[in-house]
Design a protein around this ligand. Structure first.
Ligand code: FAD
Length: 375
């Protein structure tokens, strides 16, 4: 196999935003790193909208995920600077969540109670105040929540910048252990430590119940500044969002579907997204629809990522589900700390790879998690 260092410090399996960010962190710390991936940057990270939204991604019963997401948000400015904040279109304009009808407003009020309980900095807005912040919103919008802490980035540009900095080898891993990877071309790569960051495919390599959660997503293109703020809407009970980029692109997403490794874009998926976004933001109806896409989010049964060293000695960095773009920098810091034997930046016990086993010394997954294993 060409260009593989003879005994790298770290071999990372998977070149999505998680594997590449961890590699970039380790390279900055002076480690010798190689990333193995037959098609780096083409997974979920290519689909993602790029919302960096700890507040609007807060849900009841997930305080440990909220804590991670808030820490991730704080890690973003330095991470963006390390790649060039303008190059990756990192923007800190805040985000607006809008409710279309009275039932949607009740749902938003319920989330508002959570925000209050957690002491999160948000502003509850009346209909007119929503439209003052984002004039493209439909006049009927009932109210909303503005969150200054929710930011955004262009994930495709982040991945492109990372790929300029991180060495990758175009092979796929078929077997992994603590310090060895067997590649699809028959070669074995040996190093100091293996990290697996293979997104939705991680369950094929590791004994963890990671499953793919499909998201269909659209890209529209219009005049720069047409939509001023990223908007998340609840429209007659369905969720939709529109994220504007500096160059006039507007990303509209996303469906959440549980149907295995299927990345077809369907008429129904596109219809639902356009129906909801045009109800919320009717002014988008005249601009171009330039791309339809689908990606697979890596999801664990408890919605939390898997970050840590397993009892097999492998370092796990997967299961980032809806927030892998947001949590890439903090995951990278945590993985670098684990690999280098330093204290991680936060308590990772709730994200342990062994949390799905009754007995962490036993290989067997708990029965309720067996169906999620795709190997
Ligand atoms: C429609 C959609 C919208 C989203 N929007 C957002 C958002 O706004 N904000 C946010 O924070 N997150 C968002 N996400 C979630 C985010 O995209 C993911 O959590 C994140 O991209 C996961 O990154 P990853 O590197 O783990 O996986 P991926 O990007 O999927 O990368 C995994 C990589 O592993 C490689 N691989 C697989 N098997 C092997 C193997 N055997 N050997 C070697 N390599 C292998 C694949 O080729 C791939 O490149 C969204 C996701 C989707 C689908």
């Amino acid at each position: 196999m060409a260009d593989v260092p003879s005994y790298p410090d770290v071999i990372i399996v998977g070149g999505g935003i998680i594997g590449l960010s961890a590699a970039w962190r380790l390279l900055q710390d002076g480690a010798e790193v190689v990333v193995l991936d037959p098609a780096p940057g083409t997974g979920a990270s290519h689909a993602a909208a790029g919302m960096l939204a700890p507040i609007h991604e807060a849900y009841w019963g997930e305080s440990h995920i909220l804590e991670l997401n808030l820490a991730a948000s704080q890690a973003w400015p330095a991470f963006a600077d390390s790649l060039g904040a303008d190059a990756v279109d990192y923007r800190r304009d805040g985000m607006l969540m809008a409710a279309y009808d009275a039932d949607d407003k009740a749902l938003l009020d319920n989330l508002g109670d959570l925000h209050e309980q957690e002491g999160l900095p948000v502003e509850r807005l009346r209909s007119r105040e929503c439209r003052a912040r984002e004039p493209l919103l439909a006049p009927g919008v009932r109210g909303g929540v503005y969150s200054p802490l929710d930011h955004q980035v262009n994930p495709r540009r982040v991945v492109a910048e990372l790929l300029n900095r991180v060495p990758t080898i175009p092979v796929s891993a078929t077997e992994v252990s603590r310090n060895q990877v067997v590649a699809s071309d028959g070669h074995t790569v040996t190093g100091q430590q293996v990290v697996v960051a293979a997104g939705a495919w991680s369950g094929r390599l590791l004994g963890v119940p990671i499953r793919p959660i499909k998201g269909q997503i659209l890209r529209l293109s219009g005049p720069e500044g047409l939509l001023q703020l990223p908007v998340r809407g609840v429209v007659r009970g369905s969720s939709v969002y529109a994220v504007p980029r500096s160059d006039g692109e507007i990303v509209v997403g996303a469906t959440q579907e549980e149907q295995g490794f299927d990345t077809r874009v369907t008429a129904g998926g596109v219809y639902e997204l356009l129906r909801d976004v045009l109800t919320l933001l009717p002014g988008l109806s005249e601009i171009d629809l330039v791309e339809t896409w689908a990606g697979l989010r890596p999801g664990a049964p408890d919605n939390a990522p898997i970050i840590g060293t397993g009892r097999d000695g492998i370092v796990y960095a997967t299961g980032h589900y809806r927030n892998g773009i947001l949590t890439a920098p903090i995951t990278a810091i945590a993985i670098a700390a684990l690999v280098q034997g330093h204290e991680p930046p936060m308590d990772l016990s709730r994200f342990s790879p062994d949390r799905f086993r009754d007995d962490p010394t036993d290989d067997a997954l708990r029965p309720e998690h067996l169906s999620g294993v795709t190997a």
